[in-house]
Write a protein of this length. Sequence first.
Length: 460
Amino acid sequence: MIAAEVEQDLAQLAHAGQVAELQERLQRIHPADVAEAVIDLPGQEEALVFRALPKEKAGLVFAYLPAPHQEALVKALSAEEVRNAVAGMAPDDRARLLEEMPAEVAKRLMETLGPEELEKSRALLGYPENTAGRYMTPNYASIAPEMTAEQALRHIRSTGRGKETLNVVYIVDREGYLVEDVRLGALVLADPATPVTQIPDPGLICLPVHADRAEVLREFEKYDRVALPVVDDNRRMLGIITMDDVLDMAEQTATEEFQKMGGTEALDAPYNEVGFWAMVRKRGGWLSALFLGEMLTATAMGYYEREIERAVVLALFVPLIISSGGNSGSQATSLIIRALALKELRLKDWWRVMGREVGAGLTLGVLLGAIGFLRIILWQHLHWKDYGPHYLLVALTVWASLVGVVTFGTLAGSMLPFLLRRIGFDPATSSAPFVATLVDVTGLVIYFTVGSIILRGALL
């Protein structure tokens, strides 16, 4: 059933107060669909739907809800209902919830937790933000190295309920050191008498607990695993990171990069949760820097003031010239930033990229210049605009300037990410607005320089 139908169905049952029917209906709906459906319900009906959920399902639904809805539910539900919801969440999800909530809400949540859940949450919150320790969960399936395959399966049957995943089982000794991991499929297919340490399986890959988000993503991409263990400096087993956590990391990383490419600092929170002044601060810094850069455009215009006075027609094409250069630069920088992020390109490839982008810039510049040239000729002959007796020279100026500006924009946009990566900065900071500002200034210089050469003795 699609989300709209689920929402309408639950809303009707909640509004009518048909609790028994609502409970029966909720049993058959996936927690993610329940969460999606209740988001748009009025507050009272949302709380009623949540109260009708079975205890074992309430935590799963709560984990799928956006932070504002989680906060509203915490305030609307009783302490016992909050305890059931939060206790049913995975430890890593619960830790992120406590981190995202306002202080007073987080305090109330922690008061509802039992000693075991509270200890796990505090342990995860003790690790730096955006590290493997913050994303891991201690709920993993483990077996002893002295077990046989048969004993290990018997142990998993008795202890595996509630674990984050059973796809991979970890061999941990009595001191807590990680020995090896083994896929459940390999364990099931092995001879019952085979020691678990002798079951063939891919080599062990571990994540340091302080590994940053980028490193975690690289390891999952490189080794194509559904889960990876997290260990301390002495290789003691601490927890695991699973694919759902990796998807969250990838989404956060992509969001931050898109925001940087748009000419703003990373918001670090959903748009609706960022305060007004925080939003102004994160956007104002870049805008101020870009504004100062654009002031150089006015300086360049002032330097060529005499040429503009003598050939006013040149000023008509300034927006056309600089916008074309900015657009070509934005295209190039977006392509290169993404290629660097996906490791399609490396720093050593800059020379090859330069040659490719110079060729592309020249070709695109010739194409756009031809369009501009034909536009001026057409407008002149159709008497839509009079560019004067030297309109052919004006058209030639526009054509040649577009070739130069588009080529420079493409080259600057493609090389800037390499430069920033080389000096240790995030290439995403070479945002489209930054490249456009750079090309605006140089585009004016190129345009008026070309104009002064071609139009000398005619208009100038």
